[in-house]
Design a protein around this ligand. Structure first.
Ligand SMILES: Cc1ncc(COP(=O)(O)O)c(C=O)c1O
Length: 389
């Protein structure tokens, strides 16, 4: 391996949301934090070099995006996902969640309905609810831990008040990569009912061997005209603190609505985000290949550990993401308290599955983007706490 993902790096005292907020989050500095979706790895050296060079300049005025920035995004999407896009389709987003808020504000009115498929990344609910729109949920079907879309249920949920569907592709928290037929099904329903598809593809670069992500909008020119896609280098290269992501909007009308809303908010680009994104997409690919190998090893390690040593917890290999979806309904703790149990008894911080929708009660989401030694420590703590019940 060219890159050292085994190295344990102390992140305390670096303004880290994950490592510097333990007392506020858990009331205990000794809790091992494995919730917030960033990685405990250094990003690609080429990105660090580019950021250092830019920092050395010393003037941090308002940012402009050079043509090479847009070209790096277009090239990345073609190389990694086979989607040929135009530079004109690209709009800035100061983060995917801010981008989702802008889309909701630009394309719907208070009281309108927005579809989601739970369990799903919980800020989707906040984006809808906090902007005064109504959540319509079409829960995923689950069979022996495998999640699938319920297209029959979904079709029954459309009515004239539904304006948008927010899709999580691949799905966080279950790590599901959607089959092309599902993406076509969803997109066709939405076209038929004049509902815009907002496809959050932030995890699309973090797909394991054997699965293949397809950008929803790449499936047909008609779908492209009806879809707003969000991508970002943030999960892929561990750059979320640079607050830079991309909205891909082939439809000029939707693009104008979005861009006007962005302008109203007055959100410009972050100069380090511009430099970091371009360096990552241009020079970060071999790093990403090694990262995926390493994360795949962490998945293997966790699955064997849990099956052999904590069999009351059920887990399935994710097809994508560094987030594991642990079914803790059988450990003998009230499903509503499993997160608290892990904090208090195991001293491990995990996300409460209930936040991701009603089907998540009794589940925990665990971030395994850390050196294997740290993962092992987290699993040992969970083993001891669960097996002592
Ligand atoms: C599906 C999904 N969308 C968006 C985000 C957050 O994106 P950002 O930090 O760019 O707002 C996350 C972070 O975990 C995520 O999992």
């Amino acid at each position: 391996m060219k890159y050292d993902f085994d190295r344990v790096i102390d992140r305390r005292g670096t303004c880290s949301a994950k490592w510097d907020g333990l007392l506020e989050a858990y009331g205990d500095e000794d809790v091992l934090p494995m919730p917030v979706a960033d990685m405990d790895f250094r990003c690609p050296p080429a990105v660090i070099e580019a950021l250092k060079k830019r920092a050395e300049h010393g003037i941090f005025g308002y940012a402009n995006k050079p043509p090479s920035y847009f070209q790096a995004i277009v090239d990345w999407m073609l190389r990694r996902h086979g989607w040929q896009m135009e530079k004109d389709w690209l709009a800035h987003s100061p983060g995917v969640v801010p981008g989702l808020n802008l889309v909701v504000l630009a394309l719907s009115h208070p009281g309108d309905k927005i579809l989601v498929q739970s369990p799903v990344y919980y800020p989707f609910f906040n984006v809808i609810r906090n902007n005064g729109r109504q959540i319509v949920d079409s829960p995923l079907k689950v069979d022996d831990g495998r999640y699938a879309m319920d297209l029959e249920d979904l079709e029954g949920k459309f009515d004239p008040r539904v304006k948008m569907l927010i899709l999580c592709s691949p799905n966080n928290p279950t790590g599901t990569v959607w089959a092309t037929e599902d993406l076509i099904g969803v997109s066709e329903f939405c076209l038929r009912h004049h509902v815009t598809v907002v496809s959050d593809e932030i995890h699309s670069d973090l797909v394991y061997k054997g699965a293949k992500h397809t950008p929803t909008a790449s499936l047909s020119p008609e779908f492209a005209q009806n879809t707003i896609t969000f991508i970002a280098p943030s999960k892929t290269f561990n750059l979320p603190g640079l607050s830079t992501s991309v909205a891909i909007i082939p439809n000029p009308r939707l693009r104008d609505l979005y861009s006007n809303m962005l302008q109203n908010v007055g959100s410009g680009a972050n100069v380090f985000g511009v430099v970091g994104l371009e360096a990552a997409y241009r020079y970060g690919e071999d790093w990403l290949e090694e990262l995926l190998e390493y994360l795949g090893g962490n998945v293997d390690f966790l699955v064997s550990f849990v099956q052999e040593r904590i069999p009351k917890v059920k887990v399935r290999r994710p097809q994508a993401t560094y987030l594991m979806w642990l079914d803790c309904r059988g450990i003998g703790v009230d499903p509503a308290s499993v997160q608290e149990f892990m904090v208090k008894r195991a001293k491990v911080g995990l996300n409460d599955g209930a936040a991701f929708g009603p089907g998540g009660v009794g589940f925990l989401r665990m971030n395994i983007a850390c050196p294997r030694r740290v993962l092992e420590e987290g699993l040992r703590r969970i083993e001891e706490a669960v097996n002592s019940l």
